[in-house]
Design a binder for this molecule. Structure first.
Ligand SMILES: O=C(O)CCC(=O)C(=O)O
Ligand SMILES: [Fe+2]
Length: 210
């Protein structure tokens, strides 16, 4: 049975959808500690969302690469091999990509509905917050169907999404949880709630080309 503090060494595949997989306890305790330390040390810069710059709020990011990570080769390898296992589970072939971004979302910030655009084979996010509570928001929500099947998107997203062929899946940003998602999946990051206080939704996100 998986503990819910993110400290169990054994990785657990929690959900396998058609287009996404959720792995809890994705990293060993050592690797998780190293990545958390790195995440806290790097300089993040503010950016407006490219999806809805007016209402998504500001998020903070830092460009990074596994080759130059202070966390070291072994801990970098834990992330990349966990991602690779997720891709294998989904039957997706994607090239390795050394580059990724650290992201921080504070209260009031999110990222509205989007797919990640063409030319991306898959995306992954590994959550690195020290703690996350269910009431703090920041869920990754997705439709587990091709974005083309979501009656979409150009006109009235809130209304059209009511007619999606599947209900949305909601994935809390639980620490040490990895989500791997096939490109062309409609998704959003729900806003972090005021109740999160000063707690940040911290993550690593990478894109992999087919
Ligand atoms: O942080 C997440 O859960 C997903 C982030 C995302 O969708 C993106 O950066 O494009
Ligand atoms: Fe995305």
């Amino acid at each position: 049975m998986a503990a819910h503090d993110g400290r169990t060494a054994e990785a657990v595949t929690l959900v396998q959808g058609r287009r996404f997989v959720v792995v809890d306890n994705a990293l060993s305790p050592d690797a998780l500690a190293a990545w958390r330390e790195e995440e806290r040390a790097v300089q993040h810069r503010p950016t407006f969302s490219s999806v809805d710059p007016m209402f998504d709020g500001v998020a903070f990011y830092a460009d990074a690469s596994y080759a130059s990570a202070k966390a070291g080769e072994e801990h970098a390898g834990e992330v990349t091999s966990a991602v690779r296992r997720g891709l294998d589970a989904l039957g997706v072939t994607a090239a390795d990509n050394d580059r990724f971004k650290f992201w921080r979302y504070g209260r009031g910030s999110g990222l509205d509905w989007h797919d990640d655009g063409s030319g991306r084979g898959a995306a992954y996010t590994l959550y690195l917050s020290g703690e996350w509570r269910a009431t703090w928001g920041g869920e990754l929500e997705l439709f587990d169907c091709p974005v083309g099947e979501v009656p979409c998107a150009e006109f009235d997203v809130p209304k059209d999404l009511m007619n999606a062929p599947v209900p949305a899946t909601s994935i809390a940003p639980r620490p040490n949880r990895l989500v791997v998602m096939v490109a062309g999946t409609f998704h959003r990051v729900r806003k972090v709630e005021a109740g999160a206080g000063d707690n940040l939704r911290r993550s690593i996100t990478g894109f992999l080309t087919p």
